[in-house]
Design a protein around this ligand. Structure first.
Ligand SMILES: Cc1cc2nc3c(=O)[nH]c(=O)nc-3n(C[C@H](O)[C@H](O)[C@H](O)COP(=O)(O)O)c2cc1C
Length: 339
């Protein structure tokens, strides 16, 4: 019997390498209460040659804890190393361990990790079983794509994850060959959900708050996960309509946290803010003149423009359910009800 899932609602934030580091992720968790956003995931932590050190795992989890769990995602090809990393992840406080079977990057494929494993459902099953066997209490989940070249083995892959003992299967409905194409086929999510008894989380093409519910209704998935849409509207989980001032404050808080917590330079943090502005829809901040925001070369001018919109009050609208820092989280995790 897989361990109970710790999520607080059925809307989840997708893992995104280079974006959902603790800085961005925690700003999103802080603005969406546990009823709105049920949980998030770290970017993938790559397991190569040795099991990941506890320090690296702690860095991925970050310094703060919220009412919502943040699953630690691992990606590797050697079962015993991934299993030992999963064991250590639990030891350092990860409330859930997620396994990546979807990354299409060349580096992952060369190392036979990520989406490379989609060609062999039995390898997926072995990896899941090894991780499940290595942890004591926390659930293990797996995130797959609908297939490698095509979706012909989708049901086999879903059953492999179930047979391996996972507590949750997340399906990104695009195949590896489709990368991040615009079109999505949610009937694949319905196929995966029908093939297994374990809860399935549908992912791919959630663009609005209403899409979370629509995905669940149309596919039978228990959970729905958004990736890129959350980069443009961090309030997508609650459905709150942010004002331009709220939106500008988010981006300034992001820049400040990158500087204070990750030691990123002003130029670097302006670059990260502009990366978000490419997707940004919240508060209609830049819908009319996106190009002028993205081409702003001087960091101080970008921050001054945001500062004008943010107004004097810069208190972030923090989620009152922040539990605290990593050291205070264990008791809270132990008391969290399964969802
Ligand atoms: C920049 C970026 C980085 C990503 N990194 C990861 C990752 O680390 N682990 C993972 O499982 N998926 C990763 N993904 C895939 C997303 O989790 C998600 O499956 C995909 O974006 C489809 O959802 P969407 O259509 O809502 O964006 C990444 C996607 C993007 C755009």
């Amino acid at each position: 019997m897989p361990a109970a899932l710790p999520f607080t609602s059925h809307r989840l934030l997708a893992p995104m390498e280079g974006v959902t580091d603790p800085v961005f992720r925690d700003l999103v968790l802080a603005r969406n209460g546990p009823d709105a956003l049920g949980g998030a995931f770290t970017e993938f932590a790559r397991v190569v040659q040795v099991a990941l050190p506890r320090r690296t795992l702690r860095e991925h989890l970050g310094p703060r804890r919220f009412a919502q769990p943040v699953g630690l995602q691992l990606m590797g090809s050697a079962e015993e190393l991934v299993a030992e990393s999963a064991r250590r992840a639990e030891e350092v406080g990860a409330p859930l361990v997620d396994l990546n079977f979807g990354c299409p990057a060349k580096g992952a494929l060369r190392g036979c990790a990520g989406s490379a494993l989609l060609r062999d459902p039995s390898a997926v099953e072995r990896m899941v079983r090894a991780a499940v066997g290595a942890v004591e209490r926390v659930p293990v989940s797996a995130k797959i794509r609908a297939g490698f070249d095509d979706d012909a083995r989708l049901e086999d892959l879903a059953r492999a994850v179930e047979n391996g003992g996972a507590a949750l299967l997340t399906v990104h409905c695009r195949t590896k060959a489709e990368l991040y194409c615009e079109a999505v086929d949610w009937s694949r999510l319905a196929r995966a959900a029908a093939a297994v008894k374990l809860p399935v989380c549908g992912n791919g093409g959630v663009r609005t708050h209403a899409d979370f519910e629509r995905l669940r209704r149309e596919t039978g998935c228990a959970f729905a996960m958004a990736g890129r849409a959350a980069l443009g509207d961090p309030w997508i989980f609650s459905g709150a309509r942010a004002s331009a001032a709220d939106a500008a404050r988010f981006l300034l808080d992001y820049a400040d946290a990158l500087r204070d917590e990750a030691g990123v330079s002003a130029r670097g943090s302006a670059g990260r803010v502009k990366q978000l502005l490419q997707h940004w829809t919240a508060g209609e901040l830049c819908d009319a003149d996106r190009a002028s925001w993205i081409s702003e070369a001087a960091p101080e001018r970008l921050f001054a423009r945001l500062g004008e919109l943010a107004g004097a009050e810069r208190d972030p609208k923090l989620n009152p359910t922040i539990i605290g820092t990593a050291s205070t989280c264990v008791a809270a995790l132990e008391s969290a009800d399964g969802f």
